[in-house]
Design a protein. Structure first.
Ligand SMILES: *[C@@H]1O[C@H](CO)[C@@H](O)[C@H](O)[C@H]1NC(C)=O
Length: 248
């Protein structure tokens, strides 16, 4: 796990004519483990997307990337600004990173799990089931298919853990099978938000439910057609008797 966060600290737009100029500094705290062993403080000085000076707490000094940047970095290092900047490692990064670890990274969110059938693409099997886990955090989940309690390994495919872009993840596991009556098929989910694995059963009646909807819809359509046909016939019969025939 690699973590990184940054804050834009100062933004000073200098306006001249129609074009804008943009200066900003960005403070970053980098760490890859919960014990903050490799914590690093980075302070970037950027003018119009061009980084010209960077403080790096691992190097314990400022480094310049342009002629003007190199000159100023040297001066800042000599003037003792680098010691001051190093103070941010423990003064700024450590307390903030500890808070982030506790309040965000220490949390976990349970997945919302759905097991349903989808159209099967294969000729060998009649049914394809999908077990979907949505909105879980953090990354790291295991989905296992169970047929009458026994793990199924063949005809299983899965997506990666997909990042939603809002800290949450989703994953979908597919099982192709020809169900036999009476057996139970379930999806076992293991995630750090659960104290023990949770099992979600597939309810085959949802498949029948879909079929029933089609049957009800079709019956409604047929009934409607019969009634409207009857209505048209009735109207025609009635109206023929009503046509007025003018007399001389
Ligand atoms: C800071 O310096 C260390 C040591 O050279 C280097 O490994 C690291 O990548 C640097 N970090 C940045 C963000 O430049």
């Amino acid at each position: 796990m690699s973590l990184f966060y940054s804050f834009a600290l100062i933004a000073l737009p200098f306006l001249s004519g129609c074009d804008g100029y943009f200066h900003h500094t960005q403070r970053e705290c980098h760490f890859t483990s919960g014990d903050l062993k490799d914590l690093e403080f980075i302070d970037r000085y950027v003018f119009n997307k061009d980084e010209y000076i960077r403080y790096n707490s691992t190097l314990k000094k400022f480094i310049g990337f342009t002629e003007h940047g190199v000159r100023n970095a040297e001066r800042w290092n000599q003037d003792g600004f680098s010691d001051q900047a190093y103070g941010n490692l423990d003064g700024y990064c450590r307390p903030n990173s500890e808070l982030e670890l506790q309040n965000i990274l220490g949390h976990s969110v349970e997945p919302l799990v759905k097991v349903k059938s989808v159209k099967s693409g294969s000729q060998r099997h009649s049914t394809m089931l999908v077990c979907s886990a949505y909105n879980f955090y953090p990354e790291g989940i295991k989905l296992t298919w169970l047929r009458d309690g026994k793990e199924v390994k063949t005809d299983v495919t899965s997506t990666e853990e997909l990042y939603d872009g809002d800290w949450y993840y989703q994953i979908h596991s597919y099982l192709e099978l020809t169900p036999t009556s009476g057996e139970t098929i379930a999806c076992k989910v293991e995630h750090s938000s659960f104290s023990e694995p949770k099992v979600f059963k597939w309810d085959p009646s949802t498949l029948d439910g879909e079929r029933n909807k089609v049957i009800i819809g079709a019956s409604g359509l047929v009934l409607g057609l019969i009634l409207s046909l009857a209505g048209v016939i009735y109207y025609k019969k009635k109206s023929t008797g009503r046509i007025l025939v003018p007399t001389s």
